[in-house]
Design a protein around this ligand. Sequence first.
Ligand SMILES: [Zn+2]
Ligand SMILES: [Zn+2]
Length: 355
Amino acid sequence: MLGVEKSASKDEIKRAFHKLAHKYHPDKKGGDEKKFKEINEAYQILSDEKKRAEYDSYGRVFSGGGGGGEQGFPGFDPSGFRDFDFSNMGNMGNMGNIGDIFSEFFTGGGMGESERRGRDISIELTIPFKESIFGTERRVLVTKTGTCKNCDGSGAKPGTETKKCTTCNGQGKIHENKRSFIGTFTSIRVCPLCYGSGTIPAHPCEICKGRGVTKAQEEITIRIPSGIKNGEIVRLSQMGEAVQGGIGGDLYVKIGVISDPVFIREGNNILMGLKVKLTDALLGGEYSVGTLDGTLKVKIPEGISPNEILRIKGKGVPTGKNTRGDLLIKINITLPNNPSKKVRQLIEELKKEGI
Ligand SMILES: [Zn+2]
Ligand SMILES: [Zn+2]
């Protein structure tokens, strides 16, 4: 409209506007009132930071104003942009980059028959460390709007007829004229009463009063995958709130992992400490070690040093169907505490040997 680039600065837009406004001003010879109005409207949008940002992000130029539908043009909801009828847009004059406007408009606004969607629900769940490693299952009670069990979501009293929707006259759609600086056009939106089906129950369901959904407590089984980390989120598609004539929202479960006094997760490995007697450290030995996989026999090689790490392959965090990280055992050598007279003598013997 103003012949400026998408990246144009405020000043450039202003200059372009002044130039064109001057050219088409209706009081001037060769002026064009319609064109002047259009330029003016385009400038109103581009000179308003907020409106422009919206236009740049979503390709939307309607910005909730201009008396949109029941919900205007909120957030990312593309429901205001369904099918367009361009039959009323013949008088757009010389629109220059109209192609750009519409390509952005469509990709940004999101075309197509977007479905109604129920609200998402977020819950938190805390599990012990071991269950976070091997995966687990939890059953939780969630109070939410769900599909009415009595009518199976239809909103009709079971076994009764439906009738033609009174709002859309059975069309399932409602035509609305919208005006904008690029002309008037008709948008078609899904009927808010029948949600596009064209029919409504003749006798509403007594339980949900025809809404097809009811608020109820529902037991949901949540499968928590192996190797989940503290703070990770499990998403259960369409297990959120239901909505009539649409798909359910999602259920998001944020997992809290209780830290363990013995095991520490390090990436895909699990670290633990093991107390080893001085003599076993010197001469080698075998220990029964309690691991997440039960008791394992672990060989201590002779001459092991404090803080040395023994790596047990494949006993860490599951990373695939048959693959796992490692178990890392950090050696902690215990020294004799309050040695007896005999032990003391033996240690003194060692000392004589220069050990
Ligand atoms: Zn019902
Ligand atoms: Zn309808």
